[in-house]
Design a protein around this ligand. Sequence first.
Ligand code: FAD
Length: 345
Amino acid sequence: LSAFRIAPRLARTYASPAAPNALVFLEHRNGVLDSSSLSALTAATQLGGQVTGLILSGPESSATAIENASKLKGLNKLIHSTADTYKSPVVEAVTPLLKQVLSDSTYTHVVSATSSFAKSLLPRVAALLDAPQISDITSVEHDASSNATTFTRPIYAGNAIATVKASSSIPIKFFTVRSTSFAAALSADVAEASLETLEPVSAGDVPTEHLKTSLTKSDRPELGTASRIVSGGRPLKDAKTFEDTLYPLADVLGAAVGASRAAVDAGYADNSLQVGQTGKVVAPELYMAFGISGAIQHLAGMKDSKLIVAVNKDPEAPIFQIADVGLVGDLYQVIPELTEKLKAS
Ligand code: FAD
């Protein structure tokens, strides 16, 4: 990181050590904050300085978004901006606003969840400001005396942990946060943060446009935040078998349903259910893997689960190396039996 060149303007602005002053980009759906943004806020508070939230919304959801965000514990100040283009924003429309907010201030850190949107937004703005970006961090520590920030982040599909130090010579540090590594920030009963309203910043001719959002509707808990997950792999045969076999167990446990990429690629399960390196990263209290071999790309998404239960008919399956409880057996016998026993208990 020390190899990064610092823009002369930023270098002048931030020449002397300053207390951390973090800006957290908060994401929401219809004013309800994403839980991953709440984890990003927790990471920002661990820097030990001031924390400001930035929330953007369309006119319909702005009142709810502001109300919810300004009650967040740990937030000293909230900046909000409302515009039609911020209702379902594309990153090109938000970039000029974030760049302006940062150019006019003395923020030392820019923080967000590792969400699809922020993974595109933060590096984009960081590049425009000639600043470095550290992605998907799992811990953060700021040394006030040296003004350096040290992060850890998984690399090689979680098989190694890199410790990355952003030195004091880097005036503004951008980082995205792995939500499973930080607890969600809590809300107070009343608003605690001071409020500032910003005029939207025109992005000019934006080359991309939001056309529609297609949401997968489910009555089950959301995979990314569920405390229990029941997951299935390739031997689930087809979409109907996947549902008929896994869903009754998930219902008894109040669990979310997950899938390996093999199950998703074969069309048994929706894309949104994929767990792993190229799917969701989860860390529930209980992760049950049925007919999942335990490829490293799958483990990358679930190995931090508190209790891993694996059922596989191959005693040599790699999943057993990380399972807390393993059962060599046929999932078609085990799942119905387990479901019935749980129902009866
Ligand atoms: P398999 O590997 O075929 O394993 C099926 C298992 O089921 C076997 O262990 C078998 O013994 C067991 N089995 C069979 N029948 C039964 C039965 N009746 N009862 C009990 N057990 C049974 N994978 C992911 O999951 N998530 C990712 O995000 C992901 N990202 C990837 C990214 C890249 C770049 C690449 C190259 C691969 C990625 N993969 C990912 C794919 C990964 O490498 C594996 O191919 C995939 O995880 C295998 O899925 P599976 O375990 O369901 O299938």
